[in-house]
Ligand binder design. Structure first.
Ligand SMILES: C[S@@+](CC[C@H](N)C(=O)[O-])C[C@H]1O[C@@H](n2cnc3c(N)ncnc32)[C@H](O)[C@@H]1O
Ligand SMILES: [Zn+2]
Length: 379
């Protein structure tokens, strides 16, 4: 295997030379014997800041591939880390991790060549990172099991088709959620994932509190805090519910139990659930990330991370779900006015990072419609 050296954040790592695995001049990271995807740099940049705020003493990078993630946590996290377990079931990956750890002088590293699930049932740690191919579902129970009371788990999910309701059967299989394709499915997806995490943790009498969650490019990333207690687990489950959307009048919302008919026009609605209806971001955590950010001016995505964190803070004030302006406008055969103008007209509203066509608001659907109709007459 020919290797090339790349730099990301403060790490220098060796990865398989992409040129060796090109097919007809194209390259996909999954074709190389050890996985490294530069498109995930944003995910790692922002995770380094999150880990700095969490300040865990021990970390398990359970699906480590080249080791880039754990190495960056060691080199860049603000508070010292006492132990990082780098694990991958692939022997080739583990050999490469060994080399990369040496090059980056990661003094606190342990390397294991195990199935992540069996490893996670044998260890206990402050923070687990689950960064799989596709769905993190197979690793939820074991990762929640592996963290101490008050510990954290971070999940990446790239299987957007089931999560966003395009592959309903796959969503039922992997997340045990009856999903539909809704006009605001970008946000539904992250709440489907959180719903599964909450229900899996409850099996272990553990409660889940999402502290940081976002969508970017082709994946979701969520970080949760886990605490022990059957009663707390019950309280987490209490925050599950259903989204509905009416194809006829464009109205949508959430409810504790599934509903069949649109509360506005009586038409049959599409539903998705059970989904997590609690907060997906913790304000004080995001504020701390913004405070820490200035120390990370060297990261590739400094500007984009800053923009995302500020957007998240704005939208976190509003209830779950957003209105897709194009979807609503299509129901009333009106032009879509500029989003900023609608937000200004409503007063109590914000954009959402989930979609450039979405708004979140505490105002009623009729007030949104009124603003849209008035503004579209001026277009
Ligand atoms: C998407 S890659 C990880 C990428 C890496 N975290 C990064 O940031 O570049 C997923 C890795 O999980 C490993 N893997 C898949 N299933 C596994 C399992 N059951 N146990 C341990 N490792 C596994 C694969 O060998 C692969 O290296
Ligand atoms: Zn309706």
């Amino acid at each position: 295997m020919r290797l090339v050296e790349i730099k990301e954040g403060k790490a220098r790592v060796f990865i398989p030379d992409p040129k060796e695995y090109e097919k007809n001049g194209k390259f996909d990271p999954s074709w190389a014997p050890v996985f490294y995807n530069p498109r995930m740099t944003f995910n790692r940049d922002i995770s380094v800041i999150a880990v700095s705020v969490i300040s865990p003493k021990s970390i398990i990078d359970a699906l480590a591939a080249s080791g880039i993630r754990g190495i960056r946590y060691y080199l860049e996290s603000y508070s010292p880390i006492e132990e990082i377990i780098f694990n991958d079931k692939s022997k080739v990956a583990v050999d490469l991790i060994r080399k990369n750890i040496e090059v980056n002088e990661v003094k606190v590293a342990k390397i294991t060549n195990r199935d992540a699930n069996s490893l996670l049932y044998e260890v206990i740690t402050d923070y687990v990172d689950i960064d799989p191919f596709g769905s993190p579902s197979p690793f939820i129970l074991s990762s929640v099991n592996a963290v101490k009371n008050g510990g954290h788990v971070a999940y990446t999910a790239t299987d957007l088709a089931p999560l966003e309701g395009s592959s309903k059967k796959s969503c039922k299989r992997k997340y045990d959620v009856n999903n539909s394709k809704l006009s605001f499915s970008k946000e539904v997806g992250i709440r489907v994932l959180l719903s599964k995490i909450v229900r899996e943790a409850a099996i272990l009498e553990k409660a889940v509190e999402p502290i940081f969650a976002f969508y970017n490019d082709y994946y979701y990333r969520v970080i949760i805090r886990v605490t022990r207690g059957a009663k707390r687990a019950d309280e987490s489950i209490e925050k599950l519910g259903y989204f509905y959307e009416c194809e006829k009048c464009g109205f949508s919302g959430s409810s504790k139990d599934p509903i069949e008919k649109c509360p506005r026009c009586g038409n049959k609605v599409k539903i998705s659930g059970p989904v997590w209806l609690g907060k997906i971001n913790d304000d004080s955590f995001v504020h701390k990330m913004i405070d820490y950010l200035q120390n990370f001016s060297y990261i590739k995505n400094f500007e984009a991370v800053s923009i995302l964190l500020h957007k998240i803070l704005q939208e976190n004030k509003y209830p779950p779900g957003y209105y897709n302006l194009e979807f609503v406008a299509s129901k009333y055969k009106i032009n879509v006015p500029a989003r900023e103008k609608i937000i200004e007209c409503l007063g109590d509203a914000s954009q959402t990072h989930f979609s450039s066509k979405g708004i979140k608001t505490n105002k009623s659907f009729d007030e949104i419609l009124e603003c849209m109709k008035t503004l579209s007459n001026k277009v």
